[in-house]
Structure formats: structure tokens, C-alpha cells
Design a protein around this ligand. Structure first.
Ligand SMILES: NC(=O)c1ccc[n+]([C@@H]2O[C@H](COP(=O)([O-])OP(=O)(O)OC[C@H]3O[C@@H](n4cnc5c(N)ncnc54)[C@H](O)[C@@H]3O)[C@@H](O)[C@H]2O)c1
Length: 349
């Protein structure tokens, strides 16, 4: 007798928010950030193997909803992600996400997962993976401007991967700074809460901007940027949404993920189309120069690229068997005879 129960082929591993939280604690957040940085670096090293396209963005007055696909020819991935800076006022998050991995050979999904937490982890891991190459040698202090959802992840990744031991916080909302300081207490970092962006940047060798505002903002002005610093600009990631004064871009050497996407979404949308940038993957492969000297200002104009999500999904998949931290979802219709989809429907009668 046929049954309405799903067969094994119908089942896809699903990592819920609860299981993602357990996974992070099981591995340890700093270890996970460092391992994610290595997975992302490994995929950046084989950059040319990937299908690449600027993400598909659907803009509205309130925010943006994006799809971010890529494939290395064997595995395909995409992420659904939104960015809605005004959500917070309604008790909703600015960024939420979910993602999927599939086998290219069959098109069958092999992993579905929450990606709100995973995006914060992968964004921080990417920032640190880049700073490991571009920040001045011996950097110990970072400024963290914008103390919202991403902030603690950024600080801990810079600690785990780059050896940062002091973080200087600033947010226009002191409650956000107090939240970040509370969460970072006892994590092996000296935490200083500051009352302005300018104060936060004092003595910092790495300056991270991670604010959310749907406008051409000026979080950093030229006078705040001393010689030799590394700027990790995270929050300017949409047309019409930037964080740096353009004079900083004139002085900095700018490194990007995927130029066709960054020219639309990054800080460099303020500059001419021929403003020079270096693709960061080429620094890793040795095809391009990274930091030249101690006085150079380096800027990672981060917008978030699909390959980083691919790496994060690949990482989570690699942990499934050993941890069992997933459920199986009945998500692929699986008729006994592949052509008899209608017949399968009758199983549930
Ligand atoms: N580049 C990437 O890969 C990537 C990934 C994830 C998120 N982001 C972007 O990072 C930004 C932050 O994301 P989040 O989830 O932490 O948002 P969030 O809303 O949780 O936090 C943003 C914080 O910025 C603060 N802020 C706004 N304007 C400011 C200003 N002028 N000076 C100082 N602080 C200010 C807000 O008070 C808030 O605390 C968003 O713009 C998001 O789109 C980028």
C-alpha cells in the first residue's frame, strides 16, 4: 500500500535558528569565525571557478530584498536577504536571511538553513579575512562605529583572526553602545564606549563602519583618517546608501569583492566609473598587491558577495554529520515513478 509519508529522497537537512545557535556554541564562536574565514579564503582563492553576477535587488522606499546566487560548477547556492534600516523602530531586525545549497548534477537541494545569524558570522569572518592581509602589522585596536546587530560579531572576528584586543565603540544611540559593551564584557577585549565617531577612531588601526541608514551618510570624514589605517566599510551596501566622505576614497587604496556589484552598491558609487579598485581575491592569489607600507590607507569597500554565503553554507553542511544539529524537511516531492507526480498526490487521500 502506498503511504503519504515522505521517502528519504524527499528529505533535505534544515538548520533552524535554534540549531544554528547550538552549532555556534558547540564549536565556539571565535573558532567558528576563524574557520569561516578560512573557508571563505579558500573559495576566494578559486574565484575564477565561480559563476558571478551582481545580486538581484528589489528596492522599495523602506529597504531592499535581494537574491544572491552563485555556483562553482558542482554546488549551487543562493541567499534571500533583506535590508530595512527602519525595521528596528518596529522591533524588527534590519537584516534577515535564509539560504540554500543544491547539487548541480541533479538540481536537488542538499541544505536549507536560517542565514540571519550565519550572515552576521560570515560578514564578520570576511571582514577579518581581509583585514588579516590589509591591516597594518601589529594592529591591536579597532573602532566599531554602528553598534547594532552585526557589531559584536565584527569585534570577535577581528579578535580571533587578527589579534585585536581593544575595541572602541560608538553609535548615535547610546543604548546600542551599552548593549554591545555588555555583550562583549568578559570576552578578552578591552571595551571603550565613545561619544563620537571621531573619538572612536582615536588610536585605532582598524576602523569598521557598520551603520544602517538609507541615505548618503558621512560617518567618517577625511580628518578622522590618519595615515596607515585600514577601513572596513560594511554599512554602505545599496544604491544611495554610503558611509564615507568621498575625500577618504581619494586618499585610500580601495579593495572590493566583485566590482560590477560594488560599483552599484558600495562606497565607490560616489566616484567616477573608472575609479581604480583592486579585487581582493587577486591579493590572495598574489596577482595584485595588498598593503605596500605603513602609511598607506587601505579600504575594504564591503557590500557582501554571494561567494561568502556559498562558503558559509558549505561550512555548515560540513558540520551536519558530526553534530546532528539539523532536522529533515519533507521538501522535495518524490513520486515512486518520477513521471507519476499526479499518482503521488493520491497517496494523501
Ligand atoms: N557588507 C556586508 O556584507 C553586510 C552584511 C550585513 C549587513 N550589512 C549592513 O550593515 C549595516 C548594519 O547592519 P545591522 O544588522 O548591524 O543593522 P542594525 O540596524 O542592527 O544596526 C545599525 C546601527 O547603526 C546605528 N547608526 C545609524 N546611523 C548612525 C550614525 N550616523 N552613526 C553611528 N551609528 C549609527 C544605529 O543606531 C544602529 O544601532 C546595514 O546597513 C546592513 O545593510 C552589510
Amino acid at each position: 500500500m502506498s503511504s503519504s509519508l515522505p521517502s528519504e529522497k524527499a528529505l533535505v537537512p534544515f538548520v533552524s535558528v535554534e540549531n544554528m545557535m547550538r552549532l555556534v556554541h558547540h564549536i565556539g564562536i571565535e573558532t567558528m569565525l576563524a574557520e569561516l574565514a578560512d573557508f571563505i579564503e579558500a573559495d576566494f582563492l578559486r574565484w575564477e571557478r565561480f559563476d558571478k553576477t551582481p545580486r538581484v535587488a528589489s528596492h522599495s522606499r523602506e529597504g531592499v530584498i535581494e537574491l544572491m546566487p552563485t555556483s562553482d560548477g558542482e554546488i549551487y547556492s543562493f541567499k534571500y536577504v533583506n535590508g530595512h534600516p527602519k525595521n528596528m523602530a518596529q522591533g524588527l531586525q534590519t537584516v534577515t536571511a535564509l539560504g540554500l545549497l543544491a547539487e548541480v548534477s541533479t538540481g536537488y537541494p542538499v541544505l536549507l538553513t536560517e542565514m540571519t545569524l550565519l550572515t552576521a558570522l560570515r560578514t564578520a569572518a570576511t571582514s577579518a579575512m581581509v583585514a588579516r592581509r590589509l591591516a597594518p602589522k601589529g594592529a591591536r585596536t579597532m573602532a566599531m562605529i554602528g553598534n547594532g546587530a552585526q557589531a559584536e560579531f565584527q569585534a570577535l572576528a577581528m579578535k580571533a583572526v587578527c589579534g585585536i584586543d581593544h575595541v572602541r565603540l560608538f553609535d548615535i544611540d547610546p543604548l546600542a553602545t551599552a548593549k554591545a559593551a555588555r555583550n562583549l564584557a568578559g570576552k578578552g577585549l578591552t571595551v571603550t564606549s565613545c561619544t563620537s565617531s571621531q573619538a572612536a577612531t582615536e588610536g585605532a588601526q582598524i576602523i569598521t563602519t557598520c551603520t544602517a541608514d538609507k541615505q548618503l551618510a558621512t560617518i567618517l570624514t577625511d580628518n578622522m583618517i590618519g595615515a596607515g589605517v585600514h577601513i572596513n566599510a560594511i554599512g554602505g551596501d545599496c544604491p544611495g546608501k554610503t558611509e564615507l566622505h568621498r575625500d577618504i576614497l581619494k586618499r585610500a587604496d580601495t579593495f572590493v569583492e566583485y566590482p560590477p556589484q560594488t560599483r552599484i552598491e558600495g562606497e565607490i558609487q560616489q566616484m567616477d566609473p573608472d575609479y581604480p579598485v583592486t579585487e581582493f581575491w587577486q591579493v590572495l592569489t598574489g596577482q595584485a598587491e595588498g598593503r605596500r607600507d605603513n602609511s598607506q590607507i587601505t579600504l575594504f569597500d564591503s557590500v557582501g558577495f554571494a561567494i561568502e554565503d556559498f562558503s558559509a553554507l558549505r561550512y555548515v553542511r560540513s558540520k551536519l554529520d558530526a553534530t546532528g544539529l539539523y532536522q529533515e524537511l519533507d521538501i522535495i516531492a518524490d513520486p515512486d515513478d518520477p513521471r507519476d507526480l499526479f499518482g503521488m498526490l493520491q497517496r494523501a487521500k
